[in-house]
Design a protein around this ligand. Sequence first.
Ligand code: F6R
Length: 609
Amino acid sequence: MCGIVGAVAERNVVQILLEGLRRLEYRGYDSAGVALLNNGELSITRRVGKVKALSDALDDESSLGTTGIAHTRWATHGGVTEVNAHPHTSSERFALVHNGIIENHKALRDALSDKDYAFVSDTDTETIAHTIAEARKHCDTLLESVLQSVKSFHGAYGTVIIDKEDPNTMVVARSGSPLVIGLGIGENFIASDQMALLPVTRRFIFLEEGDVAEITRTTVKIIDASGEKVEREVVESSVEHDAGDKAGYRHYMLKEIYEQPAVIRNTLQGRVTPDGISDDVFGEGSDEVFAKVENIKIIACGTSYHAGMTAKYWLEAYAGVCCDVEIASEFRYRKSVVKPNSLIVTISQSGETADTLAALKLAKESGYMSSLAICNVDGSSLVRESSLSFMTRAGAEIGVASTKAFTTQLAGFLMLVLAIGKHKGMSDTLKSSILQSLAELPSKLEETLTLADDIDDLAEEFSDKHHSLFLGRGDQYPIAMEGALKLKEISYIHAEAYASGELKHGPLALIDAEMPVIVVAPNNELLEKLKSNVEEVRARGGIMYVFADKDAHFKSDETMRVLDVPHCSEAIAPIVYTIPLQLLSYYVALIKGTDVDQPRNLAKSVTVE
Ligand code: F6R
């Protein structure tokens, strides 16, 4: 989703801004633009399409600026056009970029039109630029103008404004859309994600909700939501500088699929001991919360929601704690009942998903005894807003389709099961078996990745298909859902997932030779039930692709192609069986020739509703 980069320096900042935008490309966007201040002149360059088109347009020596702001836009209000791309301007003096949505933009537009502001775009963002320009008429500084203007904005914004009359200053405001200040030496920066600034600094200040800041080359002044001047902590980033590098893989997604054994090793390291889970892995005081917890509510979106669905099976079966899972966008708009001693658990790769954040806010107001965030981005809004947190150590995930974030979330949940189970009478046998399974997990994933060539062959058979069905039972049902989501996201083939016991309640009507059926079949207590479902499909002429444990004794024939997945214990089977489904969607997408890392219409981090 939209990305922001800004810089105020003595040197020319054009390449810093462009590199920042390139590093945010993975988030998904449809147009890009830059505003530069140079010797009292304001210049704007915008292009529909990729950052490359923008950099080609700026690729001559006359593109200079010591202060500049840049943006990648993912259209919300107004179509994908150059005129709607950011930066937007006001009064031939101010230039502004914005992430988020101003919900009262119509009312603001009407009021500003009455004051003779002419709107050139269809965006909500242009109302921010004109509101600040209007405020500047009676405020002494740009900072004051922004502080006054934000009072009239309803909705979400991360915004940066520059003024050609004050060329060495950027003013930024954050509410519902993240912004991070990057500190340099004699130069300072702003971005919506630290990734954008890693080539120029590793020292960051994460702005809090309601913060407005004035940034010059040498100073940073932050005013918080209550109007007080505040000092915020300077954080040294631990994100790898080259996290945005494909390391020889054709796509980030493939690189991230192959990173899974290593990042899971990382996620477990120092947290799992032969006796269980180390103290406070989930945050200070987590042990007391886990001792008291009787009910868990998990909230998330998309792939993270599927991790929550899987965790429900584990938490109830292994830890004996009642667990509900809900999509954040539903939870946030309904009245729900909070069960006694309930813990709210949010899951998010980015930690900035608007619906998940809003759901957490609502939960905190509704009487949950504590909140836990399972997240991949330290310092993200979700982590900061939660009482407890667990950081998955997946490293930067660039491919829009989530892979390694999902499997590290699942590894985190198995640790949560152990940490809670300790207080709920989990038997030593069960505990040792989960610990043993976790220890084996990275090598099982390595073994499973060796299926890649077979899956690449198999993908050929999907290239002319328009629909597909994924089946699983028990804790493999959410894995089937995740497999279907991956396939539709990156290959654009319609895919649905069903708990296979549901087949005869409707979806069997869809079965024919044109509808490939993908089945995940570990050797567990539901295997015989699953086999009956497979026979139901076969009897209706369906063609199946079965990822199965060797001991499950499926045999390939003219209606069924079986791929052997390495034998693994039941606890980690959902994680292991995720891998072949990720590879399948990747290879099908390759054949279909889609944009694997940035599939159409999707964004990496969904920071608007
Ligand atoms: C799918 C995918 C999305 C995200 C969802 C939530 O591959 O990546 O479904 O899982 O947008 O994002 P996070 O986890 O950042 O909250």
